[in-house]
Design a protein. Sequence first.
Lengths: 327, 290, 242
Amino acid sequence: MNVPSSWRVPLLATGIAAALAYPLLVPNYLVTVGMLVFFTAFIGQSWNIAGGFAGQTSFGHVVFFGTGAYTSTILQVTYGWNPWLAWPVAMAAGGAVGWMIAVLSFRAGLKGSYFALITLAFAEVFRILANSVPFTRGGLGMLIKADPRPENFQFRDPIWIYYLAFVLCAVSILIAWQLTRSRFGARLVAIRENEDAARALGIDVFAEKVKVLTLSGAMCAAGGTFYAQKYLYIDPSIAFGVDKSVEMLLVSMVGGAGTVFGPLIGSVALTGINEGTRWLAGIVPALKNVQPLSLVVYGLMLILIVARLPDGLMGLFRRRPKAVPRA
Amino acid sequence: MPDPAILLAGVLNGLLAGGIYVLVAVGLTLIYGVLHIINFAHGSLLMLAMYAVFYLWRLLGIDPYAALPMVIAGSFAFGFVLYRLLIGRYNHGRDENILLITLGVSIVVDNAALLFFGGDTQTIDVTYAGSFVELGAAFLPLPKIISFAASLLLCLILGLYMAKSDTGKAIRALARERQGARLVGIDVDKLFAVSYGIGIACLGAAACLLMPSYYVTPSSGHAFVLVAFTIVVLGGMGSFVGAAVGGFIIGITESLGGLILGEQLGQIGISLIFILILLLKPTGLFGGAR
Amino acid sequence: MLEVRDLSKSFGGLKAVDGASLDVRRGEIVGLIGPNGAGKTTLFAAIAGFHRPDAGHVAFEGRDITGLAPYKICAAGMVRTFQITQPFAAISVRENIMIGAYLHTGDRRLAEREAEAVASRVGMGGQLDQNGADLTVAGRKRLELARALATGPRLLLLDEVMAGLNPTEIGEIVEVIRDIRAAGVTILLIEHVMQAVTSLAERVYVLNQGRMIAEGTPAEIASDPGVIEAYLGHGAAKVLRA
């Protein structure tokens, strides 16, 4: 962002302080809204690392989310694991699925729209499998027994799950920030901007893409476990449905794909729209079914952003080059 | 394994469904072949056309088959305008961008439908819906047979139109050689819009043919979009013949998958075919080099 | 240093390169010229690993690198630029060049310092903060050169770095290329414009319709009837001599 560097530290400190103080000052309902902002920013960031930084647009990122959610839930419910212990295993599973999809797709040379569509199909395969195989209990979904104790990764007071979401979001921002200053991140951007040139300059494009999708898959899977622990229930259409994929893509694109704070800003904006339409529905009874209205707005924003603001809302804060002329 | 008679019935039902898929896929492959864009809104626009057919019947009492000319014309106009106002303006640069824009369109259309039409499943009760034709051991619903024949007839007409008419010839020239078409003075932008319009008109026709025997909900688009992409990828992006053959293969796969693997797991065949084709032979059965 | 032997590459029946051979010795500037569509860029791409040759061998510093992936060839010390410039459009010139420098260091500060040093070598010291997309044609050509140079190559393959530049800009980039050679980098360059090559290269190869038709000093090449015909069409040599 084009903020003078002397402002950055105070700005960041104020932001963190506000985020920490926020749940102490507002009713529980708004604490949960804040939690959702950070959680969505976190899974959005997992998309952003692959889709924004490395330019590998995915339409099926939910496949990692669901893998994480189901891995930890099955370990916990069926095998009696402690969810905290199951968490890293879920991340590893998400990473493994990311690795597999990347190796298969990038080995076959899939790029751009084709990569996006094949991720969608993978998510669909996982959804159908989760719907059909016995160990996920099919369409019934899986319930985690409520036992709100911190050692069970369940909290009586929403403030703790809020802080956990905040920490996840902060860690994901740190990872993205690290990408802007490391060789790995620079190479991802090079691959996004021009694969041939990246290859000519000594970058093992395939290996870097596999790495980033593995990392992204592991992060997204961490979000899956978090979600399952918060709501204590998952089913195939929650865990592998296209809606979550779209949500991750949207917050990144709207906020600014390939930027460090994009997913957070996108998440704040989209949550704002959500709450706005909910409020609207409160006063206009004809709009009792609000969820679709906010999605209509999201869709319009996506079109607008892709067409007019390729850097998302972050683009409003700085000067960036116009569309890429191919010379 | 179910017994052969049931399998045969499954194959026949799959063929009938496939006949309509062909029409949907031809529209998608035409848009890809000419414009080189992947129209992710294809399923959603089909859903919208199906609602149009539904409301024409519900509010004005127009039979779905009688609505064909009207809905085809309306869909063409809708597609033409959508292309002119939105898609055509951003039909340059990274191909993901146009995919994202059509994704945006599909999100808007899906949710606007939910908002205005509600989430209920809607069907049309035509008098002939319950009629069956007995073919060997199989009972085939009459509307499906009519729709099958009509769909193939429409594909044939479209094929003839593309082969013989001036517009059709110009569009095919455009698909082969963009720059050349521009040089010989073809109004390229208008033809792009016409092509997109024809692609969407195919959806309008498909909607009329689907409604007597299928249902529509705001999420119908989802159900069709992966099917349509699979057919097109299987046949080869941009290939008419491929779309036709792919449509039948997918129709039968879906029907037999449901019979053999059960309703839930049976859907997996389509996604798997899609993945395998992209991984192993991305040019499809009839496609040239990408 | 570089040995290309009987290299062939076809695209669907069309022989783009047909049994071409060439040698580049350490410290030389070698030119590769030929009319449009002669197969120069295809030959380059096949040498640098972008196309797998159908037949023939490429050896770099005595090691067979035929069909090796481009990134491995780059790591081995041979790097190419693109005729159609391929800047990383959304990032700055400094970041563009750093991508090259990252080949041999993982340290950001070091890569940054190197990028700045390379930028001033090619005369881009003042444009470090501009975005790749905002550069002029001349700027993009320089950026291609700078990025390639930052990888620390021993052999540089330059694909038409002078095409599209005006005479002043050509003069500047000729100087830059001379300096690069003086610093110990061997250079093989493709040019369509013969004049630019004659002022730089010690030896020139001529490619026509995929075949190597001549090799020699610029003066020898300029008076070779076969070369003149290839460039100007059948019978041109006779006309010119008259």
